[in-house]
Ligand binder design. Structure first.
Ligand code: UZR
Ligand code: MG
Length: 256
C-alpha cells in the first residue's frame, strides 16, 4: 500500500487543527417554558457528549442562553421592571437581530463574545463575557428560541422540554426568591400577569416545531441518552466526511 503523506497541518489558537476551524458546528435549539429544565437538559447533554472518547482534535460543546440577548432597558422600562410590570416573556424583549447575527456567525465558525445576564438588575453584565470559539456542538437554550422562523430555521436539531406548569411554577417561585432576589408577591404577580399568558401565546405554540419533545425535562434520562447517541452518530459522520475530504487518496485507497 502506498502511504500518502497528509498535507501539512498546524494547530490554531484553540488547539484545533487549522483548516478545520471554519467547519459548521452542529446547532441545537432547546426551548420550553420557564423553569422547565432547559439549562439542566443542556448541562446533561454537554456532560454526556464530553465523555466521548476524544482524540487530539478535541471536540467542543458549548451552551449559550437566550437571556444573554435581552435588550437594554430604557430608564422608563427599568422602572416598570422594578415594579414587575415589564414583560420579559414577550418576543420583543430580546434583541432578535443580534440573536440571528450571532447564530449566523457561530455557523460560519466566527468567534463570538456573549455577555452574562443579571436577573437582579435586569441587565447584561458586559464585564462577564463568554467567548464562543468555533465548536462542534452549540446548544442555544431559551423560552422563545423557536419563535422567529429565521432563527428557528438555523437549528440542525430542535428540542422542546415539556414539563407541566405546576412543576414549573413550583420551581420558579423558590428560584426567583433565592437566586433572583425577589419576594413572593412580586413573583406570583409577574407569573400571572406576564409569564403564564406569554407562555401560552408565544412559547407553547412553538412546541410543534420541535424534532424531539422531552417530557419531564432533565429527569428523562432515557430521552437525553437517545438524543446524545443521535448527536454522536452525526458527529462521527461529520468527522468521517472531514477526514475523507482531507485525505482523499487514503480514503479512495481504503474503499477499493
Ligand atoms: P428561564 N426574567 C426575569 O425574571 N427578569 C429578567 O430581568 C429577565 C428575565 C425571566 C423571564 C422569563 N420573565 O420568564 C425567565 N419574567 O426569566 C426565562 N418575568 O428564564 O427560562 O430560565 O426560566
Ligand atoms: Mg434558564
Amino acid at each position: 500500500m502506498n502511504i500518502v503523506t497528509p498535507r501539512k497541518m498546524s494547530f490554531g489558537i484553540n488547539g484545533k487543527l487549522n483548516g478545520l476551524e471554519s467547519k459548521t458546528p452542529f446547532l441545537i435549539g432547546v426551548s420550553g417554558g420557564t423553569a422547565s429544565g432547559k439549562s439542566t437538559v443542556c448541562k446533561r447533554i454537554m456532560e454526556k457528549l464530553g465523555q466521548v472518547d476524544m482524540d487530539h482534535m478535541q471536540r467542543q460543546v458549548v451552551c449559550i442562553s437566550q437571556d444573554s440577548f435581552y435588550r437594554d432597558l430604557s430608564p422608563a422600562e427599568k422602572l416598570k421592571a422594578e415594579k414587575g410590570q415589564y414583560n420579559f416573556d414577550h418576543p420583543d424583549a430580546f434583541d432578535n437581530d443580534l440573536i440571528l447575527q450571532t447564530l449566523q456567525d457561530i455557523l460560519a465558525g466566527v468567534k463570538c463574545e456573549i455577555p452574562a445576564y443579571d436577573y437582579r438588575t435586569n441587565s447584561l453584565m458586559k464585564d462577564q463575557i463568554t467567548t464562543i470559539y468555533p465548536a462542534d456542538v452549540v446548544l442555544f437554550e431559551g423560552i422563545l428560541v423557536f419563535y422567529f422562523p429565521k432563527i428557528r430555521d438555523l437549528f440542525h436539531m430542535k428540542l422542546f422540554v415539556d414539563t407541566d406548569s405546576d412543576t414549573r411554577l413550583a420551581r420558579r417561585v423558590p428560584r426567583d426568591i433565592k437566586e433572583r432576589g425577589r419576594d413572593l408577591d412580586y413573583v406570583l404577580n409577574q407569573y400571572m400577569n406576564f409569564v403564564k399568558p406569554a407562555f401560552e401565546e408565544f412559547c407553547l405554540p412553538t412546541k410543534k416545531f420541535a424534532d424531539v419533545i422531552i417530557p419531564r425535562g432533565a429527569d428523562n434520562t432515557v430521552a437525553i441518552d437517545l438524543i446524545v447517541h443521535h448527536i454522536w452518530d452525526i458527529l462521527r459522520l461529520k468527522k468521517a466526511e472531514n477526514s475523507s475530504r482531507q485525505h482523499p487518496y487514503i480514503y479512495q485507497h481504503r474503499r477499493t
